[in-house]
Design a protein around this ligand. Structure first.
Ligand code: BGC
Length: 687
């Protein structure tokens, strides 16, 4: 390769879009516009990289007017299924749709842990737990790459808040980092070998993620032996020196030119190479890593593929929504009776279901039902819309409950909604919130007076169920006065159907919370978010002082009872756990029997936790399995713990202290049913 060919591979440019109307002459005429383009080397058979966002489907808004793709539910819904096979299927579906459009790199798979319930981007992430996030992300990456498309794991690392993300220093104890967010990446990367890893916008412990030699050179490429390439986030390459820290490719280079006054890996990197500041071996390594992933995944060997089966992909979206909806509370109102008078209130339930906003937004087949502009300051304000996907829960309920009398009230005024509630036997309130990239939510309330609406309706008719379509926990001041609460997340293009099926009892709910729902922000590690509301460009520091004790681990450590615990979710049937048997020594292996004790088929997700370690309290999810059971059916489940979850990371390796380790099988992080203790031997290991 010539040096020109080498350097060209190191810079990705963003396609022309409505938000970014400039055409970049580096992108040849006729190329489908999308998040990223890197020219290939035709004389050597090296294809151009055509990159598309893909957290929840092949994104299109702004780039390719008229293009549509399957709009999948929020990643939180996917993780709530605790079903790795569904994650693999969703990765395959996204990749097939991407490939049919010529995209060979997917910027998919956010793995950041949900550390803060205000993070506007949690809906694009999977969970607060490294094991669950690592496994689910791995399956999606495998699914994508099985279809011959490169997958990217992002945002490496600790982009756990959106507030001023370009100026944020995320500070964490490095060992605790290895036991939490980095462990999620480590598990996903070792299982799935994504072709690329995208660095985060923020700094980590003082250095920008893209310039962070500890994270990229030492941990990712050193300790984990990662062989793919590290690309930056769009506008996240503060200087050419990032190459020395291990960054291999600058992406969204035009945004760097705006934010940092210059592109980093163009002329500046070349100048550094010419005067010896960038060693030739490093340049070769950068190029080799990109080419290696191209060849490993096979994007240079593409044969024509048939058009994606959009009906089958809709079915995957539907399955994720069905399995990801979590029944949080039920005092007998659900499933709905066939012949009831039902008032459906609010949430645009007559039109569709909401989706999150930002770079992951997907226009579904047939287009959005509505796009209601929300706006706000900065670039993120332009992306902030209420996107309604055309799957109306109201219409779907009418189909499923033909003998019920169903009345709709828009929920814009509590007084009006109360009149509808009084006329009904049962009330279903749909509550929504717009969340998205670039914006943290200042508190955990519902906007547009919906908390007051629910309180008024529940006071008028206590037989009220609330369906939450949000990308994060909300505080629910009305929780004790409603009979049922359903967490439907952003449920995707088939979400209205899945919600109606769960309400009507055609689908037995089986989702489990992938993140803790706090009573209020006072219970969380940071009741106040530093620099929330500060003007764009204000440097801020967040001390992730909870370290590895994220989510349920934090609640266990601080002895607090959350509103709804990690792993919680109800069913229309009942489950029991029996006959726990455990063995120890090298790691924990636990076997137990799950029984469906009710009179309906259903799926349960028994969870195995470490509840303490010698000399200290320690809560860790060690394993889980989704089990489908007919009434009366029993199944023996065996879970084997990843030893890293029993260890502490200290002085460069994982260490298990010898002694007794209590474990428990439970229906959530706090609803522990069977307990035992195992003896573990002393161990130290690197991977
Ligand atoms: C986001 C990334 C995304 C990229 C390209 C950034 O703003 O943080 O997740 O892949 O844009 O669209």
């Amino acid at each position: 390769m010539t040096d020109d060919e080498r350097f060209a591979l190191l810079v990705g440019v963003m396609g022309k879009s409505e938000l970014w109307p400039l055409r970049d002459e580096r992108i040849p005429e006729g190329t489908p516009m999308s998040a990223g383009y890197v020219p290939g080397v035709p004389r050597l058979g090296v294809p151009a990289l055509k990159m598309s966002d893909a957290s929840l489907g092949v994104t299109n808004p702004g780039f390719r007017p008229g293009d549509t793709a399957t709009a999948l539910p929020a990643s939180l819904a996917l993780a709530a299924s605790f079903n790795p096979a569904l994650s693999r299927a969703s990765g395959q579906a996204i990749a097939r749709e991407a490939r049919s459009r010529g995209f060979n790199v997917l910027l998919a798979g956010g793995i950041n842990l949900a550390r803060d319930p205000r993070n506007g981007r949690n809906f694009e992430y999977l969970s607060e737990d490294p094991l669950l996030s690592g496994i689910m992300a791995a399956e999606s990456i495998i699914g994508i790459q099985q279809e011959g498309v490169i997958s990217t794991a992002k945002h490496y690392c600790l982009n756990c808040n959106e507030t001023n993300r370009h100026w944020l220093d995320a500070v964490i104890d490095p060992d605790a980092h290895r036991e939490s967010d980095l462990l999620a990446f480590e598990i996903a990367i070792e299982r799935a070998q994504p072709g690329a890893v995208m660095t985060a916008y923020n700094k980590v412990n003082g250095d920008y993620a893209a310039a962070n030699t500890v994270l990229i050179n030492d941990v990712l490429k050193g300790a984990w032996g990662y062989r793919g390439w590290a690309m930056s986030d769009w506008g996240g390459t503060p200087g050419w020196e990032c190459a020395l820290a291990g960054l291999d490719q600058e992406c969204g280079a035009q945004i760097d030119a705006l934010l940092w006054q210059s592109e980093a890996f163009g002329d500046r990197l070349r100048a550094a190479y010419l005067d010896g500041r960038l060693p030739k071996e490093r340049l070769s390594d950068m190029v080799r890593r990109i080419l290696r992933s191209m060849f490993a995944v096979g994007i240079d060997q593409w044969e024509p593929v048939s058009a994606p089966d959009m009906a089958a992909h809709n079915e995957i979206a539907l399955q994720i929504a069905r399995q990801g909806i979590v029944l949080l509370q039920n005092r007998g109102v659900l499933p709905l009776k066939a012949a009831a008078r039902i008032a459906v209130i609010g949430g645009y339930a007559q039109r569709g279901v909401p989706a999150g906003c930002g770079s992951s937004a997907v226009v579904p087949p047939g287009g959005y039902a509505e796009v209601i502009p929300i706006g706000g300051p900065g670039l993120a304000g332009g992306l902030r819309n209420l996107h309604l996907l055309p799957s109306s829960p109201l219409d779907e309920m009418r189909k499923r409950l033909p003998h019920a009398q169903i009345e709709f009230d828009p929920g814009i005024s509590p007084a009006e909604a109360v009149l509808a509630a009084r006329r009904a036997d049962v009330v279903i309130v749909f509550a929504i919130r717009v969340e998205g990239e670039g914006v943290d939510i200042p508190d955990l309330s519902l906007p547009w007076g919906q908390d007051a609406l629910i309180a008024a309706v529940a006071a008028a008719n206590p037989n009220t169920a609330v369906v939450l379509e949000t990308g994060n926990p909300v505080v629910m001041p009305w929780r004790d006065s409603v009979n049922a609460i359903v967490q439907a997340w952003y449920p995707g293009q088939a979400g209205g159907q899945a919600i109606a099926e769960v309400l009507a009892g055609e689908v037995n709910p089986s989702g489990r919370l992938p993140l803790t729902f706090p009573v209020d922000l006072g219970q969380t590690p940071r009741p106040q978010l530093p620099e929330l509301g500060a003007p764009w460009g204000t440097p801020s520091t967040i001390h992730y002082c909870e370290g590895a004790e994220v989510g349920y681990r934090w609640y266990a450590r601080t002895g607090q009872a959350p509103m709804f615990a990690f792993g919680h979710g109800l069913s229309y049937t009942g489950f029991e756990y029996r006959e726990l048997a455990v063995t120890g020594e090298d790691t924990v292996i636990a076997s137990f029997t799950v029984v469906n004790t009710g009179d309906r088929a259903g799926a349960d997700v028994p969870q195995l936790y470490l509840t303490a370690a010698p000399g200290e309290p320690r809560s860790r999810l060690l394993g889980f399995e989704r089990v489908e059971l007919e009434p009366g059916q029993a199944r023996r489940v065996t879970l084997r713990a990843d030893p890293r979850l029993l260890a502490r990371y200290d002085a460069g390796c994982w260490r298990i202290e010898p002694g007794g380790y209590p474990v428990a099988v439970g229906a959530s992080a706090v609803d522990l049913k069977l307990a035992a203790e195992v003896e573990l031997a002393r161990r130290a290991f690197r991977r």
